[in-house]
Ligand binder design. Structure first.
Ligand code: GTP
Length: 600
């Protein structure tokens, strides 16, 4: 058992791509936590999707032993965290399990939007922040500039110059010494009443729910009967262990330690992330301060392409929601798409990733509907509803007004791009609140924008107008009244509920035109002409027509080879199976995707 003075719990935070995962790799190597022959880059990014996209999606805890220069062996509990805005909730949860944060700043880039956001988050969690300057091996490294920005923008005076290259490993040992010196050891004793924080969980089909915990006080042993304070459920611990980085069973987890437990909990829904675990026999009086409860801000319908897959989709969604507490779901049905689920996400990247995981990990063919934010609809009779699906919008004659969610965005860009960035912000119904200078070259623009306007492509456009240099982070900034209306899309004069969306009245026409044009391209010609229309409250505001055509797949087969013709016709039939039949119109999956691309 380690004395608390020899435990350091910390996380690494940074802007995307500033080198967190690479630094975690170096620390793992230098502490010999992974045998060299098992080593591969970004060891902690275990999901294929994470490796492919080069981003960290889930937090990954790991326990390492570090022999410090003072001759003592320290337990380092490192929690690698994701850097993308959508995953801020993961960052804040991980922080609650730590006493310190290593803040990585890429010296070729300087302080970026999420560097600022993550630093504030760490300070709110009372963490000791150690800034480190990474990528000093790069030719365009600007160490002095980065130090100045850390001081001026973040308000942190660097106690020492920690210059590292996570890639080559240079300076990383000095960083580990700073971790020992600067990050306070955990408090609490093993003798107190047990209180442990569940900061994450994963689902294992053999062992059930595996909860990731940080013990704050007391001790957790296998065989213990525990109480989950928020849900009131009790369970018996079957195994406790640590991450090395693979799970390794141990006798007990004491105050200050980070690890996992396996219990009799089988169902994902029984464990709430952020819950406090205590003894069922002698429970603590008060739970630990919980996490900031994350609320999904973006909703979209997720439907199986074939109705037979509904059960499999349900299973997949339930499993993913355990690994991802910010992902919510409930059953819904659509006239067009049949039975499916209304899912809630933190943002668009989060949505894409969940959908991608459903496709890959559960081999599901799914359709998702146009994403929507949550509107507040105030009725003339004084009641109000929260609307996350345009289909449920009440009759407009009964509506008094509608409010939409806003965000406060911090955008860091070069001075010469301010004009283009501001044009983009204004096009998206946004306004500039304040400008802060970062250094001679860059500024931070604080803007207010409707969340709806940044949902689909804002981030991509921001990158493109700034030649890849602008970075952005955002926070929610309440609701304001707005003239939003529902736009319906009609195919062959029938409304397709899955294509309905809420738009600001001033943008309805151009959006309607875009969607009609995209659908015209995405839907194959049928035997009859198909009008594609956009309508506001039954008034048509845009129209395209898909011309009639029969695609004769057997045209090239001269003569009599019947079997070949059959094969081609069968293949055509197969292709049709992958489409959704709406009235008489077959809608391919790509039509649902292309609607997402319509300009805002
Ligand atoms: P997310 O997981 O997406 O938040 O990114 P991250 O912050 O974990 O960044 P990651 O470690 O994936 O590094 C991003 C890129 O920078 C990779 O291509 C790394 O090889 C590279 N990189 C990281 N550290 C260094 C460094 O010290 N020098 C150089 N030259 N490149 C580095």
């Amino acid at each position: 058992m380690k004395p608390l003075e020899q435990i350091r719990n910390f996380c690494i935070v940074a802007h995307v791509d500033h080198g967190k995962s690479t630094l975690a790799d170096r620390i793992l190597q230098l502490t010999h936590s992974i045998e060299d022959r098992n080593f591969r880059d970004q060891v902690l990014d275990s999901m294929d999707l994470e490796r492919e996209r080069g981003i960290t999606i889930k937090s990954h805890p790991v326990t390492m032993q570090y022999m410090a220069k003072d001759g003592l062996v320290y337990d380092f509990n490192l929690i690698d965290t994701p850097g993308h805005v959508d995953f801020n909730y993961e960052v804040s949860r991980s922080m609650a399990a730590c006493e310190g944060a290593v803040l990585v700043v890429d010296v070729a880039q300087g302080v970026e939007a999420q560097t600022v956001a993550n630093t504030y988050l760490a300070m709110e969690n009372n963490l000791e922040v150690i800034p480190v300057l990474n990528k000093i091996d790069l030719p365009n490294a600007d160490v002095e500039g980065s130090i100045r920005q850390i001081r001026d923008v973040l308000g942190i005076e660097m106690k020492e110059r920690l210059c590292i290259s996570a890639k080559t490993g240079s300076g990383v040992t000095e960083l580990m010494e700073a971790i020992v010196r600067e990050i306070p050891p955990p408090k609490g004793t093993r003798e107190e009443t047990l209180r442990a924080l569940v900061f994450d969980s994963v689902y294992d089909s053999f062992r059930g729910v595996i909860a990731y915990v940080r013990v704050m006080q007391g001790c957790l042993r296998s065989g213990d009967k525990i109480l989950l304070m928020a849900t009131g459920g009790t369970t018996v611990i079957k195994e406790v262990g640590v991450f090395k980085p693979k799970q390794l069973a141990v006798d007990s987890l004491g105050a200050g330690e980070v690890g996992y437990f396996v219990s009799t909990i089988k169902l994902p829904a029984e464990l709430k992330i952020g819950d406090t675990v205590t003894s069922a026999v002698a429970p603590a009086v008060t739970p630990l301060p919980g996490f900031k409860r994350v609320r999904p801000m973006v909703f979209s319908g997720v439907y199986p392409i074939t109705a037979d897959d509904h059960e499999r989709l349900k299973h997949g969604i339930e499993k993913l929601s355990l690994n991802d507490s910010a992902f919510t779901h409930m059953s819904e049905s659509s006239a067009v798409l049949g039975f499916g689920f209304r899912c809630g996400f933190l943002g668009l990247l989060h949505m894409e990733i969940v959908q991608e995981r459903l496709r890959r990990e559960f081999d599901l063919n799914i359709i998702n509907t146009y994403p929507s934010v949550v509107y507040r609809v105030f009725m003339r009779d004084g009641t109000s509803i929260e609307l996350d699906n345009p289909i449920n919008l009440p009759d407009p004659t009964h509506i008094e007004h509608i409010e939409e969610p806003m965000i406060r965005a911090s955008i860091i860009c070069h001075n010469e791009n301010i004009g283009d960035v501001m044009k983009l912000v204004r096009d998206r119904r946004g306004a500039l609140d304040r400008t802060d200078s970062i250094d001679q070259l860059r500024v931070m623009l604080i803007c207010t924008l409707p969340l709806n306007e940044i949902l689909v492509d804002f981030h991509d456009l921001l990158k493109s107008v700034s030649h890849g240099y602008a970075s952005m982070d955002y926070d929610y900034a309440g609701y304001v009244a707005s003239d939003v209306v529902r736009m319906d899309i009609l195919l062959n004069s029938e409304p397709v509920d899955a294509f309905s969306c809420m738009v600001h009245r001033t943008k309805a026409q151009s959006r309607g035109r875009d969607i009609c044009a995209l659908l015209k391209d995405a839907i194959p010609a049928h035997m009859f002409a198909i009008p594609v229309q956009a309508a506001l409250n039954k008034t048509i505001i845009a129209r395209e027509t898909i011309r009639a055509l029969r695609k004769d797949v057997t045209a090239k087969c001269y003569g009599g080879d019947v079997s070949r013709k059959r094969k081609l016709l069968d293949r055509q039939k197969e292709g049709k199976k992958r489409m959704k039949l709406v009235g008489k119109v077959n809608i391919p999956q790509k039509a649902f995707i292309s609607v997402l691309k319509a300009g805002m």
